[in-house]
Design a protein around this ligand. Structure first.
Ligand SMILES: Nc1ncnc2c1ncn2[C@@H]1O[C@H](COP(=O)(O)OP(=O)(O)O)[C@@H](O)[C@H]1O
Ligand SMILES: [Mg+2]
Length: 361
């Protein structure tokens, strides 16, 4: 199972050291502002994916004054994963005692979904976050997706490099990389489309249970990254000189997106902020459902400060949906009583108090 059974965090943000045994389902991290709640979620995210949702600068996450951070987790499956990351840049990532070069197998072992302030801007940010959201699902369903994506990205980078070279472009080299790019693009797009169809259905069901009215007007549409009425190989050839003036490739799977539409236009232009947050919540829950359907494994949800994002009624509904997935939840809050008012009485859980970087059960 995907859940964390043990978590140890050393020298991460303001957390000097903590070792906790999480509950299989609900974990509440409660404490005042700036006590270290988000930092604990960030530490789990960092171990699972090798990046933070708050900064792209690794040094920021290492506790100031310390030279390295160490994160360690044990999982219900029996897997053990550890990361040591030094301020100078060296790092060691391990899974079951074996040193790894990349995060792929750890990301599979610790499937993380994040619901925080940044994820609530999924609809009004550029396509990158939505593409990453879609690809999380595809990555977990289709094991060939990542290697295909890497090959395609390499072809794309080569094409861009050739386009940026001054003087006459080497057409035969360009054609070779374009061919590779198109082969990968079609595979990636097929996988994304197959996953997207299932996501669309699950999303509709989940949104209806959150808000029936909204479900009647909101729809999703997949955009491959180019107009699929045209062949990508043709588009690339026709756009060589325009792409050259931009110094990049304007059509391809690196431009894919999920378009979220409401009755009279883009959801982001039409829906209220509160409605948009429900749409995002439905997307996140739907993805957890599909993940479970596919691998009979449950994702781990990191839910940061839901009280700041949703009103009490909707908070209750979203939490109920997440709990009904049977997923392991790590939720943060300032006031436990306010938080618990959204939960049915007597729910089993672990409550952790966070105070100036110290975490106690
Ligand atoms: N690298 C670091 N070293 C030490 N403290 C840090 C570091 N980065 C951030 N902090 C501090 O950690 C504290 C906890 O932040 P955070 O986890 O966001 O709190 P919460 O989510 O509980 O409001 C903040 O006071 C912040 O200034
Ligand atoms: Mg916080």
């Amino acid at each position: 199972m995907g859940e964390l059974t043990k978590l140890e965090v050393t020298s991460f943000r303001n957390i000097k050291h903590c070792a906790i045994a999480p509950h299989r389902e609900l974990n509440i991290l409660a404490g005042p502002n700036a006590s270290g709640k988000t930092s604990l979620l960030e530490a789990i995210h960092y171990l699972a994916l090798g990046r933070s949702f708050r900064t792209s600068n690794v040094k920021r996450v290492i506790r100031s004054g310390d030279s390295e951070t160490v994160l360690y987790a044990e999982l219900g499956s029996g897997a053990k994963s550890g990361l040591r990351k030094c301020r100078k840049g060296d790092q060691q990532l391990k899974l079951n005692g074996k040193l790894l070069r990349g995060w792929e197998s750890v990301a599979r072992e610790i499937p993380i979904q994040l619901l925080d302030a940044t994820s609530f801007s999924l609809l009004n940010d550029g396509p990158r976050l939505r593409r990453r959201f879609l690809d999380w699902g595809v990555f977990h369903v289709e094991h060939q997706f990542l290697p295909t994506w890497r090959r395609t990205r390499k072809a794309l980078l080569h094409r861009n490099a050739l386009l940026k070279r001054p003087g006459r472009t080497d057409e035969s080299q360009l054609a070779a990389w374009e061919e590779e790019l198109v082969v990968g693009a079609l595979q990636i797009t097929r996988s994304r489309e197959q996953y997207f169809e299932r996501l669309q259905l699950a999303f509709g069901r989940v949104l209806a249970s959150l808000n029936e009215e909204l479900e009647k007007t909101v729809s999703l549409q997949f955009h491959a990254g180019w107009n699929q009425e045209h062949e990508l190989d043709q588009l690339l050839v026709e756009n060589r000189s325009l792409d050259k003036s931009h110094g990049l490739t304007r059509y391809g799977p690196h431009r894919a997106d999920i378009l979220v539409k409401a009755e009279y236009g883009r959801a982001v232009d039409v829906l209220s902020r509160g409605q948009q947050k429900l749409v995002v919540s439905a997307l996140k829950v739907a993805q957890g459902e599909l993940f479970f359907e596919t691998g009979k494994q449950r994702p781990i949800y990191l839910v940061d400060d839901l009280a700041a994002e949703l009103d009490e009624a909707n908070r209750g509904k979203v939490l109920q949906l997440l709990r009904s997935l049977g997923a392991q939840l790590f939720v943060t809050c300032v006031d436990v009583e306010v938080f618990e008012s959204c939960l049915p009485r007597g729910v089993e859980k672990n409550l952790f108090h966070v105070e100036r970087g110290t975490i106690t059960a």
